[in-house]
Every structure is written in C-alpha cells, then in structure tokens.
Design a protein around this ligand. Structure first.
Ligand code: CO
Length: 137
C-alpha cells in the first residue's frame, strides 16, 4: 500500500549551493548526505515533517541525472511514494501495464527503490520506496 510522499527529488548543479537555500535559508535539517557511486550521484536528504527533499547532484556525466541536468537544467526530478512492500507495488504496476524503468527493486538512498517511467505517469517520474528496517530512512 502506498502510504505517503516519502520525498521529492530535485536535481541540482551543486548540492553545496542548494544547501544554502534548503538548509540555511529554509532551516531544514540534513538527515543524510552521501555519494552513491554506482548511481553517479551525491544525494542529500533534508527532513520536512514526515517527508523529505532529496537533492541529487551528478558526480559523473553518464547517468540519467546528469543527462537530465544537461538537457533540462536544475529542477524537480521525481516524486517518491513510500510503500511497505516495494516488490508488491512494482508487480502491481507491471500487471497494470505501467511502463517501468526498473524491472526489480534495488538499493537506493531511501531504502529499496524502483522507478516507473514518466511516459506512463503523465510526465512525472515516480519512485516507489520501502525504507530499510532499522535504517535511517
Ligand atoms: Co528519490
């Protein structure tokens, strides 16, 4: 079951620069900040209520996030819905004929995650996430 908006992903040129707004000006606390090597991004999570803002800064040029930044510039990238069972959610989406990006869930900043293609979702990239038990998210 989808429970809430877990986070909204925002692609930025520089997370350090973006933190001057989200952390320093808005006062949102940083809950995680790390480079995910295999995805080629630095991800920074900031908490707002029960949800988060996820800043995504590409760390190399050959990733989807880097291509997004190059072609569309900084801005909103995806919405992530939290589920208690990301595997079941992905199976249900597949059964409904929704176009997928990930054929199976994988480990991401928010736990076990997968993406649905924006072509099936009215132009919005959708992420499903199940936070890891005992994890920070
Ligand atoms: Co995300």
């Amino acid at each position: 079951m989808l429970k809430k908006i877990h986070h909204v992903g925002v692609v930025v040129q520089s997370a350090d620069e973006a933190l001057k707004f989200y952390r320093d000006a808005l006062g949102l606390p940083v809950t995680d900040d790390r480079v995910i090597e295999d995805q080629g991004v630095r991800g920074v999570l900031l908490k707002i209520g029960n949800s988060e803002i996820e800043l995504l800064e590409p760390t190399r040029d050959d990733t989807g996030v880097a291509k997004f930044l190059a072609s569309r510039g900084e801005g909103m990238h995806h919405i992530c819905f939290e589920s208690d069972d990301v595997h079941a959610e992905l199976d249900a989406a597949r059964a409904k004929g929704i176009q997928l990006i990930d054929e199976k869930p994988r480990l991401g900043l928010a736990g076990m995650i997968c993406f649905l293609h924006p072509k099936s979702n009215h132009g919005v990239l959708i992420e499903y996430a199940t936070p890891l038990a005992g994890g920070r998210h």
